[in-house]
Ligand binder design. Structure first.
Ligand code: FES
Length: 78
């Protein structure tokens, strides 16, 4: 499983105590779908049924909404 994610930010995010959950932990999004980046907001649940060997792309900010398989990805340095 893999997914295509587009990022627009150009710098780091500073985290502090206010970012901690009730359990005292800070959860950083690794799936790329969170609407509260860099924090996890549970959107990763939408990736549970992604197929191995297929690149998925999620439309808009709603990962539970439209999802499609990316047929081909072309990189500038190829
Ligand atoms: S890991 Fe991305 S929303 Fe949880």
């Amino acid at each position: 499983m893999a997914r295509k994610v587009t990022h627009e930010k150009r710098g780091p995010a500073r985290l502090d105590e206010s970012d901690m959950g009730d359990d005292g932990m800070i959860y950083v999004c690794q799936c790329g779908l969170s609407g509260s980046k860099p924090l996890c907001d549970g959107s990763h649940n939408a990736t549970a049924d992604e197929e191995d060997g297929v690149v998925h792309e999620y439309d808009g900010d709603d990962p539970d909404g439209k999802r499609r398989a990316v047929v081909e990805t072309v990189y500038a340095d190829e």
